[in-house]
Structures are given as structure tokens and as C-alpha cells.
Design a protein around this ligand. Structure first.
Ligand code: SAH
Length: 519
């Protein structure tokens, strides 16, 4: 019996439902509390508008149920079915997270679901979320209230057809009685919404902004006034999910529109890295507004045999140097150290060299200060720095990838050192969908691609599978290529790629910096 089932039985087999607001789209806008509940969920029932990225916080063995619900499109489950799923799962003792876009109690039918739970006598908790209206306003550069412009705001459903006989919306009162109006689900009915507001006394020149996929890298917004916004939305083909923000505060957008003005806003950047390492680059690019497509071109797996390394771990004190030329080398080396019941203290003999600033930083996180850091962050740079110190007669350990460039060991050996190479990992090509990768380039969905090592280049090209140079040219036409350094650039060029961006120092922050200055 696993721990969770045990806990459930302890509690007398009664589960609990957490109705959690996922926030408006950007997954990091969820509350800490909401995230904590996802982390302990056994079942997650999520909606179309809840960011899929939040699902990765749930335990891998949780049950994931997509509840669908996309305006106009056929519902995956009816509301009754969803209610029943909540009740059944909770009744069987499960911790259920019901994840809804924005705030669960704002046009989310959260109230109805909770009523059912109350009826069934099941325990629950509700976690509010950042509703899309405030997010859309904020991310469109509109303070939803402002002392100088408005002192009231209303959230209104645009789903209700304003032409129908009986309406729950008092159009006459909201048209003139409230400063800022935000319409949810209002795209289809926008012509009648604006007409109704004008007919009931709102100034036709009132500024309006319509924001689609607010707070996400795909955000798109269009501006207009009450009298022309419906035409503009039709012309620009703005589809749901989108919000309509009406009011004088919208005019502040000209000054405050910060999100869409970021340097890389709307740029689709493919990041080819290992699954494990993409995060820094992606985070940096996303902060500048880029829409990152992460494409794993490398999987890091253990070497076929640990024999070579293990042998040296038993005699670490005989080495003068240990050199680390990549982050993977460090993490895999230390993983093995731990498996052998060793730790940083066993490295007190040899001096330690790092290839660059990032590797030195990672070493630091293991409690090791690098004794040597070259000026140029390449294998050659590291070799030169060592040669300056003199290595004749030195014994040097080089834990690294199974297949790697031989420059460093060769240079050191020539200079009279004894170099012991020990593989601590190997790069393999991940099994991802090649067809999908090709489609991204055929349909011109990528503005820029980053390469951070030679193997990302060769693996990418292998996965892209261009039949000829011409085909490669065609697929890569219009795509900006950014390479982290000269070695990667050389590999790219040798394989028929043009390289447009290469930073002066070969680090991730420098790469991000050069992409910024390119645009
Ligand atoms: N409970 C949700 C609203 C659900 S109703 C909340 O609090 O935000 C669904 C409507 O919300 C959509 O039709 C759209 O009008 C709006 N919406 C939700 N997320 C949105 C987003 N990221 N960008 C723009 N509109 C969004």
C-alpha cells in the first residue's frame, strides 16, 4: 500500500476538493496556496483556460482529467459530468484539485460545483485566482481604476445576448453608472454590446481595448472606441478567449503599455537544449517577452560504464588537477560521487579548473571554488590558462562527455601532462516527434533559434532531416540563428547554417544580451 492510500484510509476515506484559480494564463500568476494544493493532488480536473504548465506541479502519478469547455466548441464533459466526477473522486478518498482559469468564482461556474459538493456533504476549499479581467488590463497597460479617471469597475458577462427579451444586465445603468467595464466572453456579441452601451448613453468615443490570451506570450491586443471596436475586432480576426475593456482608463495605455513593449515581445524563439538545462535561457528570453518553444535535442544519460571514473575516484589524491568543461560534467560527476558515498571533501587534494563563469558557479553550488577560470570560456582557453601555469608532469583528470572534442586533452598531453579522460555522461538524441519539428519550420513558426553546443546543432539538423542543401535553405529561410560561441558557430556553418548572432563571452546571459541587441 502506498503512502497516499494509507493517508486516505486514516482520514476515514473522505477526500477533499480544492477549487483552485489557475490565474489568467501565465502559469506563474497562480497563488502559492493554489500551487501547494496541486502539489498534493491525486486527481486534477482542469479547464481549457487553465495553463497546462501548472499540471507539472502535480505528482506524476496523479490522474489528469481534461474537462474542456471552450465557448462554442463541443464540450468535452457536460457540467453534470464534471460535478459527478468531483463527487465520485472525493468520495473514494481522493485529494481532488479542480483547476479553473482565472478566479473560480468569476464566470467560472465554480459556485455551481461547490453547491453540488455541499449537497453531497463533501469537504472543500476554494482558492481565488487572478482573474483575467485584471490581468488583461494590467498586461495591456491599463490601470483598471485610476483616481483621475474612474472610481468604479464592473465585470460583465458578454455571453448573454443583449438583444434577447429578458436580460440580467441593466444596460441603462451600467452604460453610464460605472467607470470601467470589462466584458468576459464578449467577442461574439461585441457589435450588440457596443451598440447597447452607446444607445444607453455612453460616449461613442470612449476608448476600448480588446485583449486576447492576456498575460501569455501570445497576447494580442487591439485598440478602438465604442463606435469602431467591433469592426476592428472583426477585421483583425480576434477570436476568444479575449476580454473587452471599456472606459477612459484605457487611454492610459499609450503611456503604460509595458508588457507588449518588451524587446522580444511576440518573437517565437526555439531553444534547442537538453531538457534539464533550458530553463535559464528560456526564463531570460521570456522575461524580455519572447514566446519560447523548447525543443530538446539532447538527452543526457549515464555512460555505459562507470569503470573508468570509479577507478580514478579511488585515487583522487594522485591528481594535480580536475577540469570541468560543462555543467553536465559537474552534475554527473557529483551524482556519481554521491553514489559512491563520497562528497566535496574528497576533492581537497587536486586543484579544480572550470571552463567558464557558469561552470564555476555550478561548482560553487557544490561547495567548490574553482582555482582556475580562463579568460576565454572554451576548451582552448582553459588549455592556454593551464599551459601558462605549466603542466609538465602534472596528472589531470577530465570527467566529461563520452564523445567530446579532443583539443583540451591533446594540448595538455603535448605540454607534458598525463591526462586521464573519464566519461561521466553521454549525449543521446531524444525521441521527439521529428514531423512536428519540421512543421514548425515549414509553417514559418520560428523567428529565431538558439544553439548552445555543437551537438545541439548536429542533433537538430538530424531531427529536421532536410534532404538537400536547398531544402535546408528553404526551411531555415528567415530564421535568425544564434550560437553561443565560436565552436558551435563553426559546427553550424560547416553544416550549412548561417549564423547571425554570437556573443563575445560564451555564456547564457551574454547570449540573451546579444539577441536583445540584434532586435
Ligand atoms: N474564471 C475566469 C473566466 C472564465 S469565463 C476568470 O476569472 O478569468 C471565460 C472568459 O474569460 C473567456 O471567454 C475570456 O473572455 C476570459 N479569459 C480568460 N482567460 C483569458 C485570457 N488569458 N485572455 C483573455 N481573456 C481571457
Amino acid at each position: 500500500m502506498d503512502m497516499k492510500t494509507e493517508q486516505a484510509i486514516d482520514k476515514g476515506k473522505k477526500g477533499k476538493v480544492y477549487l483552485v484559480g489557475a490565474g489568467p494564463g501565465d502559469p506563474t500568476l497562480i497563488t502559492i496556496k493554489g500551487k501547494q494544493f496541486i502539489e498534493k493532488a491525486e486527481v486534477v480536473i482542469y479547464d481549457y483556460l487553465a495553463s497546462k504548465k501548472l499540471l507539472k506541479f502535480a505528482p506524476a502519478d496523479a490522474e489528469f482529467i481534461y474537462a474542456g469547455k471552450k465557448g462554442g466548441v463541443k464540450h468535452t464533459h457536460t457540467q453534470e459530468e464534471i460535478n459527478q466526477m468531483l463527487i465520485d473522486r472525493a468520495n473514494s478518498g481522493k485529494i481532488v484539485v479542480r483547476l479553473k482559469g482565472g478566479d473560480p468564482f468569476i464566470f467560472g461556474r465554480g459556485g455551481e460545483e461547490i453547491e453540488e459538493l455541499v449537497k453531497a456533504g463533501l469537504p472543500f476549499e476554494v482558492v481565488p485566482g487572478v482573474t483575467s479581467a485584471t490581468a488583461a488590463a494590467t498586461y495591456a497597460g491599463v490601470p483598471i481604476t485610476h483616481r483621475g479617471y474612474t472610481s468604479s469597475v464592473a465585470f460583465v458577462t458578454g455571453h448573454e445576448d443583449p438583444t434577447k427579451e429578458t436580460t440580467n444586465i441593466d444596460w441603462e445603468k451600467i452604460a453610464t453608472g460605472i467607470g470601467t467595464l470589462v466584458f468576459y466572453m464578449g467577442i461574439k456579441n461585441l457589435p450588440s454590446i457596443t451598440e447597447k452601451l452607446i444607445r444607453n448613453g455612453r460616449d461613442p468615443k470612449t476608448p476600448v481595448v480588446v485583449v486576447r490570451w492576456a498575460s501569455t506570450p501570445e497576447q494580442k491586443s487591439v485598440d478602438g472606441t465604442l463606435e469602431n471596436i467591433a469592426d476592428i475586432v472583426r477585421r483583425e480576426d480576434i477570436k476568444p478567449p479575449a476580454l473587452v475593456v471599456v472606459g477612459e482608463v484605457v487611454s492610459l495605455r499609450k503611456k503604460i503599455n509595458w508588457f507588449e513593449k518588451r524587446a522580444l515581445f511576440g518573437k517565437r524563439i526555439m531553444v534547442t537544449r537538453t531538457r534539464e538545462q533550458a530553463s535559464d535561457l528560456v526564463a531570460g528570453l521570456e522575461e524580455m517577452g519572447a514566446n519560447c518553444i523548447e525543443w530538446a535535442t539532447i538527452s543526457i544519460v549515464p555512460p555505459d560504464s562507470w569503470e573508468a571514473l570509479d577507478q580514478e575516484l579511488a585515487q583522487l589524491d594522485t591528481f594535480d588537477w580536475i577540469l570541468f568543461t560543462s555543467i553536465n560534467a559537474i552534475t554527473c560527476f557529483f551524482d556519481r560521487l554521491r553514489e559512491k558515498d563520497m562528497d566535496a571533501r574528497d576533492l581537497k587534494g587536486p586543484r579544480i579548473g572550470a571552463v567558464g563563469a557558469t561552470t564555476a558557479e555550478v561548482l560553487q553550488s557544490y561547495g567548490i571554488r574553482a582555482d582556475l577560470l580562463p579568460e576565454k570560456f572554451t576548451g582552448e582557453g582553459l588549455a592556454e590558462a593551464l599551459l601558462e601555469k605549466g603542466v609538465t608532469g602534472d596528472k589531470i583528470l577530465l570527467p566529461r562527455a563520452l564523445k567530446a572534442r579532443e583539443v583540451l586533452p591533446e594540448k595538455l598531453t603535448t605540454a607534458g601532462a598525463e591526462v586521464v579522460v573519464a566519461p561521466v555522461y553521454q549525449n543521446v538524441r531524444p525521441k521527439t516527434q521529428k514531423a512536428e519539428l519540421r512543421r514548425q519550420f515549414e509553417e514559418k513558426k520560428v523567428d529565431l533559434i538558439t544553439f548552445t553546443s555543437s551537438s545541439t546543432v548536429t542533433n537538430f539538423l538530424h531531427m529536421l532531416h532536410a534532404e538537400s542543401d536547398e531544402e535546408l535553405k528553404m526551411l531555415m529561410n528567415g530564421v535568425v540563428v544564434a550560437s553561443i560561441g565560436p565552436v558551435t558557430t563553426k559546427t553550424a556553418k560547416e553544416n550549412g547554417l548561417d549564423v547571425h548572432i554570437q556573443p563575445e563571452t560564451y555564456t547564457i546571459p551574454a547570449l540573451i544580451e546579444s539577441i536583445l541587441s540584434y532586435y
